[in-house]
Design a binder for this molecule. Structure first.
Ligand code: ATP
Ligand code: MG
Ligand code: MG
Ligand code: MG
Length: 480
């Protein structure tokens, strides 16, 4: 059984043959033309019914959103807009449409707001927009695996439930099998985790990095790609409580190798989408252009979506040290005129997304990689530079997104690492296994984390991260 995508891609082969297709009705015009979609592509296939031959009851039950199985002959289409159509010989209604209820849903054929579509996340898969977004998301995931596979990486899986909460990448969700109405406490009135399933306090992972590092110390080049959880308590268009993170970790790489890897990787995935998602991208490109028209002229994107993706693939990412970036920001007109919500006052400040986007969108007008951040604002495991003030950190910043990747060369020197942990109050006992890797053949190594959804936002031209993951998890939102 072929999908509609396969039939349309090779339609000449099917002419004058009988085929069977199954899908959902997108439109039924003049009791004669059924536009059927099976999810494989944004294109519908047109089935033509000679209604005089059919019983009225059947025709009456073919409505938008019902599901059908149709058998018929493939012929060249005389109408515009499609190469072939199917002259129907047999129709089965697979699923009725309870139309009164349907009218209250996003399946009703009219334009729905993204907010309403989000509330009906279980039905939005049927719309052109979300069909396109989730097909592109799937292609992005596939391309990620392909990139690493081609470059001799091994795909490893780090734990989702973790006993180490030292990373400090974000607020963690605890995991427990305690009866919440009857939590064991010790004499001091504290929760007694020794009674819990794992015998200690555990959480959902905020990053697989520390475990991935240990794997890289044996397998050389590894990557993780899995769900990641952060109890982000702010509502932004860039943060989810559950998102998918890709984390390569490479033994013998330094910061520059790491930046090269990130640049090659992003370009590969974007090129893959340009090559393999043409129909969906054309649709998203048109939508993006229409959305720009609604905006005041000064806020409009300078280029179309596809143009933007092609430009990034051809660009060379601008590599800028944190110190240079601070100079640029401090001396910018925006800063001097007080246009930033957080004014940039001195070296050492953490950059906000408004600053990152200024650098990318206004100053350099291309993707930017910032490196060598002050050690105080970055995690303990990043490698200390010779200046003793900065660490070998890197963030990749993208237009419209801000931070898309965060990474670093890791501190491989045991004594320096231990001193850093002391300074930053990180428990060494808890991370004994991590420290072990620095004792037995420690080597320089580096890696980064990419949030899958931030990349999908970029390639689809969507603006809210809730619209690029099938079931978004955000504060007060886990309906299904
Ligand atoms: P941000 O500054 O945007 O909060 P971060 O510096 O906290 O991100 P990292 O710990 O560096 O994030 O994680 C690596 C990558 O994971 C980020 O560059 C981003 O692409 C993605 N990411 C981080 N937090 C989230 C989140 N809550 N939802 C979706 N993606 C995220
Ligand atoms: Mg964060
Ligand atoms: Mg950050
Ligand atoms: Mg970061």
């Amino acid at each position: 059984r072929q999908t509609i995508k396969e039939i349309l891609a090779d339609y000449k082969k099917f002419i004058h043959q009988d085929i069977t297709i199954q899908g959902w009705v997108r439109a039924f015009r003049s009791n004669r033309f059924i536009a059927l979609n099976d999810g494989s592509t944004i294109e519908n296939i047109q089935a033509v019914v000679d209604y005089e031959k059919w019983d009225e009851h059947l025709i009456k039950n073919i409505k938008t959103a019902s599901s059908l199985k149709i058998t018929g002959e493939v012929v060249e289409s005389e109408g515009k807009g499609q190469a072939v159509e199917i002259i129907v010989k047999k129709i089965d209604i697979l699923g009725d449409n309870f139309s009164e209820e349907m009218e209250k849903t996003v399946l009703q054929p009219k334009k729905h707001s993204l907010e309403i579509l989000r509330e009906q996340a279980h039905l939005r898969f049927r719309t052109n927009l979300f069909g396109a977004v989730f097909r592109v998301r799937s292609a992005v995931s596939f391309a990620i695996h392909q990139f690493f596979n081609q470059n001799q990486f091994f795909y490893i899986n780090t734990p989702i439930i973790t006993g180490a909460d030292a990373e400090g990448a974000g607020e963690m969700f605890g995991v427990t099998n305690f009866d919440l109405n009857n939590i064991p406490k010790n004499d001091a009135g504290e929760v007694d985790f020794t009674e819990d399933f794992f015998g200690k306090k555990t959480s959902l992972t905020v990053s697989g990095q520390l475990e991935a590092e240990t794997a890289a110390m044996g397998l050389g080049r590894v990557y993780t790609f899995g769900p990641t959880f952060r109890a982000e308590n702010s509502n932004t268009t860039r943060h989810l409580a559950e998102f998918w993170m890709v984390e390569p970790e490479v033994a013998f790489n330094n910061l520059e190798d790491n930046i090269d890897l990130a640049e090659d990787f992003l370009k590969f995935v974007i090129q893959y989408v340009l090559d393999h998602c043409k129909d969906d991208l054309a649709f998203l490109d048109k939508r993006f252009a229409e959305e720009q028209k609604q905006k005041p002229e000064k806020d409009r994107a300078k280029e179309g979506l596809i143009e933007k993706l092609e430009k990034v693939v051809k660009s060379r990412f601008k590599r800028v040290s944190y110190s240079e970036a601070i100079d640029i920001l401090m001396n910018s007109k925006e800063n001097k005129k007080g246009k930033f919500q957080f004014p940039v006052e001195a070296w050492g400040a953490d950059l906000q997304s408004e600053h990152e986007r200024y650098l990318v969108e206004k100053h350099f007008e291309c993707p930017v990689v910032l490196f060598d951040y002050p050690k105080e604002i970055k995690a303990f495991y990043m490698r200390l530079n010779e200046d003793n003030k900065t660490v070998a950190a890197m963030d990749v910043l993208f237009p419209g997104i801000g931070e898309i990747i965060g990474g670093s060369q890791r501190e491989e020197r045991l004594d320096v690492l231990q001193q850093k942990m002391n300074e930053m109050g990180v428990d060494q006992e808890e991370l004994w296994w991590y420290l072990d890797t620095r004792k037995f053949g420690s080597v320089p190594h580096a890696g980064f984390g990419l949030g899958l959804e931030r990349l999908v936002l970029f390639v689809t031209g969507m603006t809210n991260i809730r619209d690029v993951i099938p079931f978004p998890r955000t504060p007060k939102n886990a309906e299904f």
